[in-house]
Design a protein around this ligand. Sequence first.
Ligand SMILES: [Zn+2]
Length: 178
Amino acid sequence: MNHLILVNLQRPFPEGTAQDLVPIHPDFPHVLMEREAAAALSRLMERLHGWRQLVPVSGWRSREEQRQIYDSALRDHGPDFTRQFVALPGHSEHQTGLAIDLGLLGPDLDFICPAFPYEGICQAFREMAPAYGFIQRYPAGKEAVTGIAHEPWHFRYVGKPYAGEIARRGLVLEEFLS
Ligand SMILES: [Zn+2]
């Protein structure tokens, strides 16, 4: 698996790509990521004691699961919301196994838009993420480039040297790769 793989509205995730998926933590056996991304997330969470306060809301998704999420978002929230926050089936970065949505533990954790504020442990996670190979994939101000609304909760594993450079230069993956 190429950790710099680009999946967006223009580029679907290639069907049949070999994947090595593992649970990210024994407490969340249904949340899977690519092996190297899962290991990097574990190291970062251990460093922050993050598992006490942060919940992995969504990791790897099959194309079928993405279709179900897309259809239910469309039904429950309408086309405008869905277009902004939910990728088309086949076009979700979650299908790569390199993306993770995290939410701050709380009473009303939303599945599609979990709370991940720019303060406290969430901000600490955000600031440390590049050193562990993760970038915040859909920052504010880059919506026209990514095609996805600002998502404070969605992190993408690209590997260590790249994540540091992308964060330092204030780029999104589309800009870094072009
Ligand atoms: Zn996500």
